[in-house]
Design a protein around this ligand. Structure first.
Ligand code: NAD
Ligand code: UD1
Length: 348
């Protein structure tokens, strides 16, 4: 059985769908601090499969212990974390407490219950300001904000745990920029308030909830001057977790992989692709750079391909299409009423 912490969230829910599709037994733990209970039903609707769910906080060891007691867990995918960079600068203690303590509690229980397989959601943010692109896994690591620091600290803890216990099989997955949604259009990304990230901001402009996109700088050393990123379809990313789980069965010890496409797109490229597939004009204005941003960030995903046999399949247009389907079917995210959900899902 696979324990998925944070399995109700954006990447977690898509990963649970892929796990269920591949007939894994799944138990989800999530305290719903950044997700909606409605996701659970939608996962069931997509997969027609059952799974277990516990509404609890992974930093609460006594509660999480019950999950280990009641289920025969052999692997863990640990998504549960707070993830907003700006908020982490304002509330560092919350981030260190939630993300670091959460991971420590999980590691503790793995030891107590002899669970040896663990997959961790890391981020391209651990490369700080990369020396060049594409970025390989052996590039130097650094961080510039508390969120990034929690990712790097947990990676460091994993490296120490692996040195101390050769029975552990640990995968560090460094995600680049996940966008898109499941093709059903009934699960997707739902940021609270005004989105910080580019794709959700674009879809909110497209649906008329925001007036125009602010493009944060056009004077970077990139082809059109705007920031370049490695956008990856969330379903491709989800499948990377299944590939990692399979790898862990070979008992490799600690492994680290970039999960990206290897392809960089600028802000204006993404706007153009979105306009092409949605046939909606996205008004934008160029503003100052966002503090802390880097110009260019894209992966060298060769290692994941060689060692996991995994590579991203979906291109940028499909990512835009699926993000748009999710947003236009769910203009208020998961607040939508269930009648509409029934209408949409009857067509799947
Ligand atoms: P998300 O916020 O949608 O999902 C995280 C889930 O964890 C949420 O459902 C939240 O309720 C839950 N959670 C948080 N703290 C918890 C706690 N203490 N106990 C139980 N549940 C808790 O975020 P996401 O985009 O799906 O990200 C998943 C993971 O991937 C995170 O660790 C994030 O840092 C990492 N990551 C995300 C991105 C990205 O761009 N989305 C990029 C790199 C890494
Ligand atoms: C985000 C995270 C980072 C994480 C990375 C990969 C933030 C601040 N950083 O960064 O920690 O590792 O995803 O998941 O959330 N942009 C605009 N206008 C907008 C929003 C963004 O022009 O309204 C630009 C940015 O300057 C950047 C690009 O779009 O060039 C992508 O931005 P974003 O989606 O926030 O992702 P990252 O900056 O890569």
């Amino acid at each position: 059985m696979v324990l998925v912490t944070g399995g109700v969230g954006y990447i977690g829910s898509h990963t649970v769908v892929e796990l269920l599709n591949e007939n894994y037994e799944v138990v989800i733990v999530d305290n719903l601090c950044n997700s909606s209970m409605l996701v659970l039903d939608r996962i069931r609707k997509i997969t027609n499969k059952e799974f277990k769910f516990y509404n609890l906080d992974v930093t609460d060891k006594n509660s999480l212990k019950i999950v280990f007691e009641e289920n025969d867990i052999d692997s863990i995918i640990h998504f549960a974390a707070l993830k907003a960079v700006g908020e982490s600068v304002e509330k560092p203690l919350e981030y260190y407490k939630n993300n670091i303590v959460g991971a420590l509690v999980v590691f503790d229980l793995m030891k107590e219950y002899n669970v040896n397989n663990f997959v961790f959601s890391s981020s391209a943010t651990v490369y700080g300001k990369p020396e060049s692109c594409p970025i390989r896994e052996d590039f130097s690591l650094s961080t510039t904000n508390p969120y990034g620091a929690t990712k790097l600290m947990i990676e460091d803890i994993m490296r120490d745990l692996s040195r101390a216990n050769k029975n552990l099989n640990l995968a560090i997955l460094r995600y680049f920029n996940p966008i898109g949604a499941h093709i059903s259009g009934i699960i997707g990304e739902e940021p609270k308030g005004i989105p910080n990230n580019l794709m959700p901001y674009i879809t909110k402009v497209a649906i008329g909830q925001l007036k125009e996109l602010n493009v944060f700088g056009d004077d970077y050393d990139t082809p059109d001057g705007t920031g370049v990123r490695d956008y990856i379809h969330v379903v491709d990313l989800a499948k990377g977790h299944l590939a990692a789980l399979k790898k862990l069965k070979e008992k490799p010890g600690l492994v680290t992989y970039n999960l990206g496409t290897g392809q960089g797109y600028s802000v204006l490229d993404l706007v153009k692709s979105f306009e092409n597939v949605s046939h909606i004009n996205i008004p934008y204005k160029i503003t100052d750079r966002r503090p802390g941003d880097i110009g260019m960030c894209y992966a060298d995903p060769t290692k994941a391909y060689k060692e996991l046999g995994w590579k991203a399949e979906f291109g940028i247009e499909r990512m835009c299409e699926d993000s748009w389907r999710w947003q236009s079917n769910n203009p208020k995210g998961y607040e939508e009423n269930s009648e509409l959900l029934d209408m949409i899902t009857s067509e799947i």
